[in-house]
Design a protein around this ligand. Structure first.
Ligand SMILES: [Mn+2]
Length: 298
């Protein structure tokens, strides 16, 4: 059965509608919430992010452009298979492959971080995968399972082993993950490094990495942001980055080579004053503006 028959389309992002053919960016909800080990609730993220977006303004002071100059299309939420991570990931993968064939750029709203594995099929060994995350998610297995939010980047790596990996905002790892990352030549830009020396050096290095690759994928785990700014996440981790730093970095790394992006681990049940969902919505808005402007400016 086609993924198009498994779509729940209630409320489009920011309650904004454009014709699909007028846009190249597709917002797609993937509310997978099965393997959480700390607090469930990411299943509600796509809906909450879409709603809170309605109250945000669309003008970007970074690009000095307005989202209304561009367009995007909200595909709705995938209706995933209850309790079945594997089939759910297959559905995500199928939908993303279709969107890729159509030349569309997906912005996927999770859901837990495991959904990034569903994007592995649209990536290639020539891709740079930039992972904003407090964690590395590179464990071989976690709590006796090899397919969950704590092992997802290891599984992605198995699918595209020669892709380049850059981790940003890292601050919670195991020694096994660290030595694996080093062995495989993955770049790690810790939150401490960025806090201490600023974001410019890290951005410069990641852009340099991107120059040698054909495509860029961004996986954005909301727990990269400090829990003081974004408390509504599955596994909060202190000593994170502030919203300005993070938005500026995402913005700097988005360009024509972008093939997709996900924003995961937002948990509205643990949010406070919509701080986390509104930041997620803001990142979506800035990302669309930056992607579309980079196409015009080239
Ligand atoms: Mn994380």
């Amino acid at each position: 059965m086609s993924w198009r028959l498994r779509i729940d389309r209630k409320f489009p992002f920011a309650n904004f509608q454009t014709k699909r053919e007028d846009s190249s960016v597709s917002i797609l909800g993937a509310p997978l919430d099965i393997s959480n080990s700390h607090a469930p609730g990411t299943v509600y993220a796509p809906e909450h992010i879409r709603r809170v977006a309605e109250s945000l303004e669309w003008y970007s002071f970074i690009s000095q452009r307005d989202l209304t100059e561009f367009s995007f299309y909200d595909e709705g939420d995938l209706v995933l298979y209850p309790g079945d991570i594997k089939r759910s990931l297959e559905l995500i993968s199928e939908s993303l492959s279709d969107l890729k064939r159509e030349g569309r750029i997906p912005i996927i709203l999770g859901g837990e971080h495991t959904i990034t594995l569903g994007a592995a099929d649209i990536l290639s060994s020539k891709c740079l995968i930039v992972v904003f995350d407090a964690h590395l998610d590179l464990r071989e297995e976690y709590l006796g399972s090899n397919l969950n939010h704590a092992t997802v980047m290891r599984r992605v790596w198995e699918n595209v082993p020669s892709a380049e990996f850059a981790f940003v905002g890292t601050r919670a790892v195991t020694l096994e993950e660290l030595s694996f990352a080093k062995k495989e030549g993955m770049e790690i830009f810790t939150s401490r490094m960025i806090w201490k020396y600023g974001l410019a050096e890290a951005v410069k290095k990641i852009i340099k990495m991107a120059e040698n690759t054909e495509c860029v994928y961004i996986s954005f785990d909301m727990d990269v942001v400090d829990p003081g700014f974004a408390p509504g996440v599955g596994t909060p981790e202190p000593l994170g980055l502030d919203p300005h730093t993070i938005v500026e970095m995402v913005y700097s790394l988005i360009g024509k080579k972008l093939v997709g992006m996900d924003i995961v681990e937002v948990n509205p049940l643990r949010d406070c004053g919509e701080a986390t969902t509104s930041l997620a919505a803001k990142i979506v808005i800035e990302s669309i503006i930056k992607y579309e402007s980079s196409k015009i400016e080239s």
